[in-house]
Design a binder for this molecule. Structure first.
Ligand SMILES: Nc1nc2c(ncn2[C@@H]2O[C@H](COP(=O)(O)OP(=O)(O)OP(=O)(O)O)[C@@H](O)[C@H]2O)c(=O)[nH]1
Length: 431
């Protein structure tokens, strides 16, 4: 059974477009009602709720934004998605429609875009989640209601009225998400339950926690995030929003596991540096010659950077080896997130890193590395002021015999020059 039934109201007086929309909605098994005027839509929604309303901007008796405003004022349609359709690109008109309460606006001439939107919406609504949820709520009726909605998505749900009992279950079992009210029946509050979970070592402590609260004030929200909840919603809960948010958290969690597993496999293959989790020298020897040969074949420019931290030995000598390690770890985390997909970052050894920049000319690489150099200058790394020197080589001449070995040699010479020139600078190889 799908978690949420899609009820659609289509307000459109052009027969062809009305039929196109109806067909699309029915292909996703939604209940569809059609009207051809604003007045008919107002009448139809007198006592009915729709979670999706599609309105043509030009209706025989009113414009779509006026109808949108009237529908929005009905309490049962407060949270509906209202989509307006127009053929016009008039910015003021579009702005007015959003102000009137439209969720989004689609151009009638780009039906494919709307099809994609509906597919995504339908997939999310009907998504079959696989996982185990721990649900804690002190009101038995609310607990039953929440359990029913969560189970409709495919989740297995264990329920508890108190945090104490829930925590015992949490320690014994493997849950993909914890959904908890903040005010609970026992002595332990929802906040304390979150604190207890976050304190746990290992992956258990990272389980997504979704908080439900009766009080939606800024200070409470900040408090929730501070103790470590992943997301929250204030009562009264809208089941559709709740399920989307819960589904997002579970998918993020699953993605995290997939990445963690991938990393484990790589480490086992001894391609990752154990301290920084960056690719190591062995990975470099496997990946770089191939990447450079591919670039040559595709005639795309690439650049190779050698980055060497300046006076790194002093950190070890003055603050200890652990602090030195922290600097290396934080530097690696920076570098890992600093470049585009397709670029590769390696720990070459000690405090030396190699960065392969795909589809990047020497001039572009210089600008990028200048930014990284400034970043070191501006921000402390693991609490320490440290700078770095960069040597860059690149190839744009695709007929030349230059391969990985030559590029590496040139970058190495350039970084040597950077060190000789006083460090904290970027030097490009002369070719
Ligand atoms: N903490 C820590 N230190 C390391 C690691 N690998 C290498 N080192 C240290 O890194 C230091 C590198 O020192 P040097 O080669 O003199 O380089 P530097 O002090 O950065 O000086 P310049 O490169 O000339 O600016 C040595 O003291 C190594 O022991 C590591 O994994 N962790």
């Amino acid at each position: 059974m799908p978690a949420i039934k899609i009820n659609v109201l289509i307000v459109e007086n052009t027969k062809l477009f009305r039929e196109m929309l109806t067909e699309l909605m029915q292909s996703h098994h939604s209940d569809t009602v059609t009207c051809s005027s604003g007045a008919a839509a107002i009448e139809t929604t007198k006592h009915r709720n729709f979670n999706l309303i599609c309105i043509a901007y030009h209706l025989p008796d009113m414009t779509g934004d006026v109808l949108c405003q009237q529908l929005r004022s009905k309490p049962q349609l407060k949270n509906s998605r209202i989509i307006l359709f127009t053929c016009e690109d008039n910015v003021e008109l579009l702005k007015g429609a959003l102000l009137a309460g439209a969720t989004d606006i689609y151009n009638k001439n780009d039906f494919a875009q709307f099809q994609t939107y509906i597919e995504r919406y339908a997939n999310l609504v009907k998504s079959n989640l696989v996982g185990q949820a721990l649900l804690i709520e002190d009101s038995p009726s609310q607990l039953k209601w929440l359990k029913m909605h969560l189970e409709c998505t495919g989740l297995d749900v264990d329920t508890f009225l108190t945090a104490e009992a829930a925590l015992d279950a949490f320690l014994e079992n493997q849950y993909d998400i914890v959904i908890t009210d903040m005010v609970l029946a026992g002595k332990m509050s929802g906040l304390n339950l979150v604190r207890n979970i976050r304190r746990l070592p290992s992956d258990k402590g990272l389980t997504p926690i979704f908080a439900i609260t009766a009080y939606d004030e800024i200070s409470r929200r900040i408090e929730l995030f501070q103790v470590g909840v992943s997301d929250y919603m204030a009562k009264p809960l809208n089941p559709e929003e709740l399920l989307f948010r819960v589904s997002n958290l579970i998918k993020q969690r699953q993605l995290y596991y997939e990445l963690a597993n991938e990393r484990k496999v790589l480490r086992e293959m001894t391609l990752l540096d154990p301290l920084t989790n960056l690719y190591n020298r062995m990975a470099l020897n496997q990946l770089l010659p191939k990447a450079i040969a591919n670039a040559k074949r595709d005639k795309t420019a690439v650049s190779l950077v050698l980055m060497d931290l300046d006076f790194f030995k002093r950190i070890n000598d003055d603050y200890g080896h652990d602090q030195g390690d922290q600097v290396l770890i934080e530097t690696s985390n920076w570098l890992r997130n600093a470049f585009r997909q397709g670029d590769l970052v390696f720990r070459w050894g000690g405090e030396e890193f190699v960065i392969f920049l795909n589809k990047c000319t020497l001039a572009e690489a210089k600008v990028l590395m200048e930014k990284q150099r400034e970043r070191f200058e501006r921000h402390r790394v693991a609490g320490h002021a440290i700078t770095a020197s960069f040597g860059i080589s690149g190839f744009e001449d695709f007929n030349a015999e230059t391969g990985y070995g030559e590029l590496f040699k040139q970058a190495d010479k350039a970084v040597y020059k950077a060190k000789q020139s006083g460090r904290n600078c970027v030097v490009c190889a002369e070719g």
